[in-house]
Design a protein around this ligand. Sequence first.
Ligand SMILES: *[C@@H]1O[C@H](CO)[C@@H](O)[C@H](O)[C@H]1NC(C)=O
Ligand SMILES: *[C@@H]1O[C@H](CO)[C@@H](O)[C@H](O)[C@H]1NC(C)=O
Ligand SMILES: *[C@@H]1O[C@H](CO)[C@@H](O)[C@H](O)[C@H]1NC(C)=O
Ligand SMILES: *[C@@H]1O[C@H](CO)[C@@H](O)[C@H](O)[C@H]1NC(C)=O
Ligand SMILES: *[C@@H]1O[C@H](CO)[C@@H](O)[C@H](O)[C@H]1NC(C)=O
Ligand SMILES: *[C@@H]1O[C@H](CO)[C@@H](O)[C@H](O)[C@H]1NC(C)=O
Length: 175
Amino acid sequence: MKRSFVAILSAVCWILFALLSATRPLHAQSLSEVEREHPDISTFVTLTNETLGSELSTIAARHETITVFAPDNSAFDALPHAVLDRLHTNHTLLKDVLLNHILRGNITAHDLLGEGLIEAKTLYDNSSVLINATNTSITVDGNKVITPDVFFDLGVIHIIDGVLVPTNLRHELLG
Ligand SMILES: *[C@@H]1O[C@H](CO)[C@@H](O)[C@H](O)[C@H]1NC(C)=O
Ligand SMILES: *[C@@H]1O[C@H](CO)[C@@H](O)[C@H](O)[C@H]1NC(C)=O
Ligand SMILES: *[C@@H]1O[C@H](CO)[C@@H](O)[C@H](O)[C@H]1NC(C)=O
Ligand SMILES: *[C@@H]1O[C@H](CO)[C@@H](O)[C@H](O)[C@H]1NC(C)=O
Ligand SMILES: *[C@@H]1O[C@H](CO)[C@@H](O)[C@H](O)[C@H]1NC(C)=O
Ligand SMILES: *[C@@H]1O[C@H](CO)[C@@H](O)[C@H](O)[C@H]1NC(C)=O
């Protein structure tokens, strides 16, 4: 009697667990899921997905992780029309600029906070960005991290309020 009650209870628990798992996946989220939860970075996610698809697949295939500084939509909206035109017409330029937002490794806000000034290499050529991490705030090349630690299947995304233009492309992009 007691044993069958335990068995039923255990079965009920497993069914509940299965239902919860189905509605709330335990695995890390894909870029599409990130975009659904953070529509304020849809421009960056769409451009990255379209432009860096093969790079992202390579990173996934090698089981490597990345840290992405994702400008929000208003950062792209704030760019002068001429700059947006250049990004849209020059695929190489767009790819280079997007790669400048990605670092190797899964670097969380906790890893950065309090570390001061860090020059970090990006995936674009030999370019680097300057991270300024106080105890309470993080900036990248002067742009504020507004939402840290959005985890996804390849690592972590920190949402920032400006676009990171590589130094050597500043002339090409900004005219
Ligand atoms: C990324 O692109 C693939 C096909 O190229 C598409 O199926 C997927 O929905 C896109 N994801 C996002 C987040 O745009
Ligand atoms: C496109 O941008 C690259 C830099 O990413 C630059 O070297 C090249 O000259 C540009 N091409 C055109 C047609 O403007
Ligand atoms: C990148 O930097 C390293 C050392 O900082 C240097 O040896 C290498 O030549 C550079 N590569 C390019 C493509 O500039
Ligand atoms: C780093 O950020 C702090 C706090 O915003 C600021 O006081 C400091 O001047 C910054 N350092 C540099 C080199 O930008
Ligand atoms: C940052 O935090 C550390 C350790 O918690 C503390 O020793 C240090 O004084 C703090 N720095 C500032 C500028 O508040
Ligand atoms: C990235 O780091 C976080 C925090 O340590 C961890 O929960 C997550 O699984 C890591 N992501 C990957 C893809 O390794």
